[in-house]
Design a protein around this ligand. Sequence first.
Ligand SMILES: CC(C)(COP(=O)(O)OP(=O)(O)OC[C@H]1O[C@@H](n2cnc3c(N)ncnc32)[C@H](O)[C@@H]1OP(=O)(O)O)[C@@H](O)C(=O)NCCC(=O)NCCS
Length: 304
Amino acid sequence: MTLPTLTTSRLTLRQLVEADREAVVKVFSDPEMSRFFAADFSDPASASAMVDRRLTYRGPAGQGHWAIERDGEVIGVAHLRPSSELPGGVPELGYYVASAHAGQGLATEAAQAVLDHGLGVLGLPAIWALVHEHNAASRKVAARLGFLDVGSGIHYGDLHRVLVTLPTAHGRPHHVELWVPDLAEAERSWGWLLGELGWREFQRWPAGVSWRLGGTYLVVEASPALSATNHERTRPGLNHLALHVATRTEVDALTTRAPDHGWRPLFADRYPHAGGPAHYAAYLENESGFEVELVASEGSPPEE
Ligand SMILES: CC(C)(COP(=O)(O)OP(=O)(O)OC[C@H]1O[C@@H](n2cnc3c(N)ncnc32)[C@H](O)[C@@H]1OP(=O)(O)O)[C@@H](O)C(=O)NCCC(=O)NCCS
């Protein structure tokens, strides 16, 4: 499984490979690097065994172990992988920068790139970190990255702070506004569907209504400035909105009930894989010609 290469203004983070072994052993040769760990990686055999564990790691796509390079030299490692310490194997971040390069903001820069990848690209709902109670430098890095301190516990054999960071609203859709020819019809179809998905009415005025979920709201408005009486999804502009649905079972249930609420199925002969074999989704169209796609967020069920 290949990890993406992440670049920052001073660093390149690329997948850790066998050829990095010597450089990583060198990074950990200073006993200070292991001060807060149960093992002493200044022992080359111990550091090499740690490299082995990282090289043989297998886990979810997009997670794993990176080498941190500056000007072509490996100066540290970073990882994002299911936690072996926290319940549910939640994603855990780790960062290590050689003492010779410490205090220049490099761990912060590397870790930020991994966070951007995990939260922004992989769409992880949260990333966790465990930092030794007395590891002041790492606690400072974590605080600067926006981690929240949510408690402490015995992890990796000693007292660690339990830290978590969540995605921010930055760059996400603030709202979507659909101009509709028939507000009552839009309320019947959109109001029902969004309500089923957990959206709640947010604003209401004579020509419109909106529903909100988290940081995003969707407006339907019968504007007096409307220049046509129907939406044509094959014209330039919005073709369809696609919404996450937690499970395949819920996609099935919504698809069954949708016709009672103003939606007709599209591509029904290829349900639920009209979007491809690995994509479980329903495509629906309302009376005004708006298309919505309901996509199961859960991955493929395990093979029998
Ligand atoms: C912890 C570690 C990643 C920090 O790397 P770094 O590149 O020096 O980190 P940054 O420069 O981004 O930030 C470190 C901050 O901690 C501060 N700091 C360093 N040592 C400190 C100490 N003993 N007490 C308080 N603050 C300290 C630095 O001054 C800096 O803050 P500043 O920029 O406000 O001055 C690095 O020292 C390391 O790899 N240590 C060993 C492995 C480890 O502990 N990893 C973390 C596992 S959770």
